[in-house]
Write a protein that binds this ligand. Structure first.
Ligand code: BDR
Ligand code: CA
Length: 313
């Protein structure tokens, strides 16, 4: 099978960093580029982190910086979970690769134009860049195979009681994506809360025994500490790589094709994704919603990518 061409739009971020590694080091995928969006940290921080992780994990694709604020101009960081740098917990290398001169949205357009096949967009941060791309380059919509995004939830949230962080950060952008008419897959908290970094995972990381796996252990220990403090979850959920794993093997998740809308108002529920599992609103289905994870299969893929990324040639 030909590898699937994809672009990863992310806000690294501990779990974004691991999503980068999985996207770059699995033979079923062809990573074309990485773009950044503010979310877990401000745009300068997350762009630096993306370049650091790319250097650390031998990822040689163009990286471009994108939106620093939501469509309506909002900005906040997730220091409580990801720390001051947005990627606390280990020493990371000085980046060796250049930053693209293009804005993220323009790099996405360029890579899609240059690709001989339709491209999959994976978003593991707020959907700002993706929404801007859809508005600025409507002629390229037909060149998108699918948009897979980590965000939302069919039940409760994590940034507010009902809003998941990525959707909360830019609900208007999520609304643009959900109304785009494109093939969509949502990887929300329902499924990502099944990708837990357990003590068994830490043991397997230790067994890999490369400088990269050591660095990842440091990062994930920090992530486990903050998740325990904030959410009473000592085994933290590794959200973002799930959105990549399902491209490698669709059987890693079980999904339902249903109607999903974003709450843009709501006194207490702005940013919530309204996932109509039983079709009670009578609206057309617009999104595949991943609900169940084969965690063993997921971890095999993730750990294999970490092994491959850590091999020095
Ligand atoms: C999402 O929010 C961020 O903190 C993570 O990187 C993930 O993309 C989980 O709600
Ligand atoms: Ca993220």
């Amino acid at each position: 099978m030909k590898p699937i061409p994809l672009i990863l739009d992310c806000d690294p971020g501990h779990d974004d960093a691991l999503a980068m590694i999985l996207a770059a080091h699995n033979p079923a995928l062809k990573l074309l580029g990485i773009t950044t969006v503010s979310g877990n940290g401000g745009i300068t921080k997350v762009t630096l982190n993306a370049r650091r992780v790319a250097t650390l994990a031998r990822i040689n694709v163009p990286i471009a910086e994108g939106a620093g604020k939501s469509i309506l101009g909002a900005f906040e960081e997730a220091n409580d979970i990801h720390g001051e740098s947005a990627l606390d917990g280990a020493e990371l290398p000085t980046p060796s690769m250049e930053l693209s001169e293009l804005h993220a949205v323009d790099l996405i357009a360029k890579l899609i134009r240059e690709s001989s096949e339709p491209v999959t967009l994976v978003a593991t941060g707020p959907l700002t860049n993706v929404a801007l791309f859809l508005k600025m380059y409507p002629d390229l919509k037909s060149r998108i195979k699918e948009i897979v995004f980590m965000g939302g939830s069919a039940s409760r949230g994590n940034r507010t009681p009902y809003a998941e962080f990525n959707i909360w950060m830019d609900p208007e952008a999520a609304d643009v994506v959900l109304r785009s008419g494109l093939a969509l897959t949502m990887c929300g908290l329902d499924v990502t809360h099944q990708a837990l970094v357990t003590s068994k995972v830490f043991t397997r990381l230790q067994e890999i025994g490369t400088p990269l796996s050591e660095t990842i252990i440091g990062l994930l220990k920090f992530f486990a500490k903050t998740y325990d403090e904030v959410f009473e979850m000592p085994d933290p959920p590794l959200h973002d790589p799930v959105a990549i794993a399902l491209l490698i093997d669709r059987t890693v998740v079980k999904s339902r094709f249903v109607n999903v809308q974003t709450e843009l108002n709501g006194t207490l529920t702005r940013g919530a994704t309204v996932v109509d599992i039983h079709g009670r609103l009578g609206e057309n289905a617009n999104c595949n919603v991943a609900l169940e994870l084969d965690a063993d299969k997921f971890w095999e893929m993730m750990l294999d990518a970490i092994k491959k990324a850590g091999v020095t040639k």
